[in-house]
Design a binder for this molecule. Sequence first.
Ligand SMILES: NC(=O)c1ccc[n+]([C@@H]2O[C@H](COP(=O)([O-])OP(=O)(O)OC[C@H]3O[C@@H](n4cnc5c(N)ncnc54)[C@H](OP(=O)(O)O)[C@@H]3O)[C@@H](O)[C@H]2O)c1
Length: 303
Amino acid sequence: MNTIELGKTSIQVSEVALGCMRMDKLNISDASAVLEASREAGINFYDHADIYGKGESEKRFASAIKETSIKREDIIIQSKTGIRSGFYDFSKEHITKSVDGILERLDTDYIDVLLLHRPDALVEPEEVAEAFDQLHASGKVKQFGVSNHSPNQIELLKKYVDQDIVANQLQLSVMHTGMIDAGVQVNTKNDASIDHDRAILDYCRLNDITVQPWSPVQGPDGVFLNHSNYTDINDTLKSLAEKYDTDHEALAIAWLLRHPAQMQVVLGTMTPDRIKNYASASGIKMSREDWYTIYRGAGNPLP
Ligand SMILES: NC(=O)c1ccc[n+]([C@@H]2O[C@H](COP(=O)([O-])OP(=O)(O)OC[C@H]3O[C@@H](n4cnc5c(N)ncnc54)[C@H](OP(=O)(O)O)[C@@H]3O)[C@@H](O)[C@H]2O)c1
């Protein structure tokens, strides 16, 4: 498993991470098997949010890890805050209270990374700064980042927040490429040139913010792999898989890892064999031409 530096830190993280959003659906024994499989595959990074399974995913993770030989200091745990029932809340009170809940459910003294989950329209960055200072000074949170944020939303935070923003978790898969399309189509009149993401990919690269693609195997109709609505992309991936001594499923992850932004892909599968297969995408050296073939196979004509 290749590692990358998280943001501007010297922390080495596996370029494939395991998202634990769906862990609440597993019993403790199956969750332990998932964690063991991920570690065997070289994953050292686990993504959570306070809301996953209404907190149950974090609890299940904490119980399951006790059944394994995994040591807290050998892994990096990230969680998110800011989404509440029917509204978003980046107030100091909510952020600090939410982190206390996260620590209790994860049964740990600290989390390595805290992300602001989705932009709060009513964000008061001074409050975020106070919350981050308090959490950092107490040792409860080591690093801070965001999710689903635009460049200017990050700039607004940076005006007040002292800590570096190390990561931005964003939806990206072969079948959800808006942030790439807008760059490829710049200055054309094609619909794909409409930039819904405000050049976020360039911004993260310019500012050494690690992009963490979420939902890496989903398209608009759910999982695109082996789905009859997505024959073109499946056929394209299959046509190239043998060349890379892999299968079309792992190649979909390798496509994300090929991007020079040095992304950290957040897997969502809770199936041990799939975790191992997707993790094996790390190390595949995809050619530039094949990257574009897959991009076009996903229905993206070049201008
Ligand atoms: N920041 C955000 O706003 C945000 C939003 C959503 C998610 N996330 C994070 O990103 C992580 C990944 O998101 P995600 O779960 O949507 O990602 P995903 O990996 O694209 O999707 C996972 C789902 O796809 C299924 N799946 C995977 N490979 C499959 C295959 N080959 N055939 C059939 N089904 C397959 C999995 O089922 P099995 O488990 O049965 O294999 C699981 O239900 C989450 O766990 C969470 O940590 C963040």
